[in-house]
Design a protein around this ligand. Structure first.
Ligand SMILES: [Zn+2]
Length: 115
């Protein structure tokens, strides 16, 4: 259900911004999903489409960027991309720790339909 709440949040925020800036229609939402966020962009979009009806967001597209999960080595400080089932640092072999990267779910920008 977290996708549902995220969709509602974005419809509310973007519709409010559109009205404040005198735009009647939103064309594209630029959104970032981390691969470890637990969110499905497709599911958020389907709730978004439903919630957007009758708002400036109706019919808007998602431009989705998916970020990879990054690990940081506690021994040597190396930051590297997480591989499936492999947390080891490629430089020294220590067990890496999760960083914030790959967990984000963010709205990074909005395009309005000027026509
Ligand atoms: Zn290391």
């Amino acid at each position: 259900m977290h996708e549902y709440y995220k969709a509602i949040e974005w419809v509310g925020k973007v519709s409010g911004d559109a009205e404040e800036s005198d735009h009647s229609k939103v064309k594209t939402l630029h959104v970032t999903f981390g691969e470890s966020s637990g969110y499905s962009p497709e599911v958020v979009k389907s709730y978004f489409d439903e919630a957007a009806k009758g708002t400036p967001c109706e019919g808007a597209d998602f431009d989705v960027t998916v970020t990879r999960s990054m690990l940081k080595c506690p021994s040597c400080g190396h930051v590297y991309e997480k591989k499936l089932l492999d947390y080891k640092c490629p430089k020294c072999g220590s067990e890496g720790e999760m960083t914030e990267s790959g967990n984000e779910v963010e709205l990074t920008g909005v395009d309005y339909d000027e026509g």
